[in-house]
Ligand binder design. Sequence first.
Ligand code: TRP
Length: 494
Amino acid sequence: MEKREHWKSKFGFILAATGGAIGLGNIWRFPYITGKNGGAAFVLIYIGCCIIVGIPLILAELSLGRRSQRDAVGTFKVVKPGTRWFWIGGMGVATGYLILSYYSVVAGWTIGYFFESLLGTFRKMGSPQAVASYFDTFSASPLKAIGFHGFFIALCMIIVIRGIQGGIERACKLLMPTLLGILLICIIRSITLEGSLAGLSFFIKPDFSKLSTQAIFEALGQSFFTLSLGMGAVITYGSYLTKKDNLASSGVMITFLDTLIAILAGFAIFPAIFAFGLPPDQGPGLVFRSLTNVFNAMPGGVVFAPLFFFLLIIAAVTSGISLLEVITAYFVDERGWSRRKTVLTMGTAAFLLGIPAALSFGRLQGISILGKTPFSFVESLTANYMLPLGGLMISVFVAYIWGRRKAIDEVKVGNPAFITGRIWVFLLRYICPFIVAQILLFGVLSEFTSPRVTSFANTLRSYLSIIDIVIAAGVIIGGAIYIISIKRAKRKEE
Ligand code: TRP
């Protein structure tokens, strides 16, 4: 076997990992899901999920990956040989396929919008409404939808074939900082538009009466999606880390940067949406409809529009490659395939799988799977069900099967002062599985409309809320212990 590649530097890893986390999930999905679920209250739940469930799980995946130095499936075989836990990884690889298949459809739209904005298509249109509704024409075109989808997958394939340092790490180092800069410029224009205030208050003033069970369910799903959790993507990236790296600080850093970009995207999009009198709950086209208008309304928009869509393509690529890398690492590590052969076959497979999703906004618009288009069906299945389920199993695996001692020992390598270990394991053992299982359960129940299911859910809710209070108390006490232990450790150092 070839010697396993590693990240060249810590900075390179952080950028690649945040590059994998930051993507369409932040700039396309977060705004549209937030818009659909009523704004600020949803955002708070989402941030809560990222902190309480996201950080412990990122750390769990990173430590598994670095410990095993293997892919998502192999990791479980190394850590618990002779058991069937590797199925968690198997489900992860399958989830990766499904996500990549529609992810690249959306990424394809951004490529299309890049070219359209270069050609000045939006500038020529009269009203903001016309600009907004161009999205329907565009996404309904089978040639464009499938063509750009294929183009995107090909782009990812080229990078992943080149491997870790030369491909993934180098691309991310340059591009992520530029994205941040452009986003800041968009925010300034968006919040200085006339009538932007309503959008700001939609995004930052919580109204908890709007918060449904379904919204909480989607907030959890969004936190998993945006942090790339629950399918072994972080395990895979962690497996290219060395023993020198500090897992805990990396995990917190990734979560922080990822959330920051999502919030910034919200500030760029919602003020503009309201300023142009567009509704916030218009689904997957939201970003495309709103930002094109922002660019039309700003000086220098001719330049910024293509630039922005170009960077969005980049953000999508850095995430797309992380999805493809999960699949690739599996075939390379477990099946002994060459990197080249894997990327070529699996990339093509994901392309074919994505075709129904690509056609969901045109030809297949009338097709319904459980009341959803093929696109939204796969999107909801993966983000709301498969990722949280995977995350649930990973937290149970690390906390109970691998065992807390071994998990903490792994995190302590490269970070000897890892006093957070106890809290981390506490969250993984008692809090994360419970929160995730509960939200999943109610999410599933809320998909049913029959009165019997609803009344059952309500009864269950009233019992569980007692446990929730205990959990909340646990988190507060846990936090207090954490702060005290940090103070003590500091005193010891002195
Ligand atoms: N997190 C990425 C985004 O926000 C998408 C992504 C990349 C992903 N790899 C993943 C999502 C693995 C889930 C699992 O755009």
